[in-house]
Design a protein around this ligand. Sequence first.
Ligand SMILES: O=C(O)CCC(=O)C(=O)O
Ligand SMILES: [Fe+2]
Length: 270
Amino acid sequence: MRSISDIIDLQRYPIDRLDSPEAADLIAICQEALDDTALCRFPGFIKPNALEMIVREVSSLEDAAYPYEASRCAYLERDDTLPDDHPRNLGHSCKYRQVLSHQISNSSELRTVYSWPALTEFFRRILNVDRLYQSVCPHMSLTMHFAREGDGNGWHYDGNDFVVSLLLQASEQGGEFEYAPNVRSKTDECYEAVSDVINDPDQFAERPTLEPGTLTLFKGDLSLHRVRPIGSTARPRIIAVFSYDEQPGHVFPQGYIDEVRGIAASHDPG
Ligand SMILES: O=C(O)CCC(=O)C(=O)O
Ligand SMILES: [Fe+2]
């Protein structure tokens, strides 16, 4: 197994020296980006050679991934007092294949990155929380989404406060991450603005550049987002998702896992 400095660009991202002035500067920049745009990007986080190796390694898992397909509303719950065509209740197509944590080898370099304690501590400092732990969920702590032509992940808010993702491979057409930063607030759903985003994303949503190897910290609870439908492509879009929690021993609810595994219906968008 390679060392972490062979995998992550620690020259650019001084996560191995979090008490250094360079790390303090980086953390301050990240906090500002998160406040302003709900998103913080680390381009070139994974070194090119390591990225190539990770993609080769994880590609073999696609066949064993759990297919997920549903039409979901963007919210944790519908509101049946509103009409079906209200932005609250509109269905959005979600279709991809998901690899769960227990399917990813302990010796995988992807897991080496996720498990690195300094990375968790880096996010803890950015998020300015007292404690932060890697999830220990055998299913959902570390997952990957594979998406091929016709797949996508429709408009939604996340149920958790933040998520870390790592784009491993882009599709040739489509598959862009698209979002409306802080389109709602904790006290106002701002349905009119949400409707604008859904009806005219070219005008009302943003598509940040995400190259393979880019790590992203995203607060998706107030920012409507989606993965645009994948177009014609020989290779799948592959993204890894890292989960954390402020409490130790975090596992995802069984109902959520059952739905991902195709055993039950309807879960909170995550
Ligand atoms: O694949 C992505 O870029 C984001 C996926 C997403 O929004 C989610 O899984 O909640
Ligand atoms: Fe999401």
